[in-house]
Design a protein around this ligand. Structure first.
Ligand SMILES: [Zn+2]
Length: 92
């Protein structure tokens, strides 16, 4: 059985764009970890990724911000202010 993934792209390195935003990087991280915990309970066995996608998702051409391959994943350079949740697969 293939793994199912949910990926969350969220803003990081907020200190580097603090001159024109009021992002709180800790808040992004906390919301991600709370979401990950809730999804893991709700959907046992799902893989939840932070700022990365499985290599198989590259064919969808939805991401122009891929910057490296690490293990079986493409790492994303998160968009400024992003908190985007993506899923491909069936969840019952
Ligand atoms: Zn930010």
């Amino acid at each position: 059985m293939e793994s199912e993934y949910i990926t969350v792209e969220y803003c990081t390195n907020c200190a580097n764009h603090r001159t024109h935003t009021r992002h709180n990087e800790q808040k992004y991280s906390t919301v991600f970890h709370n979401l990950k915990r809730a999804l893991s309970i709700t959907i046992p066995g799902i893989s939840i990724l932070a700022n990365s996608i499985p290599q198989s998702w590259k064919e969808f051409k939805l991401y122009s911000n891929l910057w490296d391959i690490s293990q079986d994943l493409y790492l994303l350079e998160p968009k400024l202010g992003a908190f985007e949740v993506s899923h491909e697969g069936n969840v019952s």
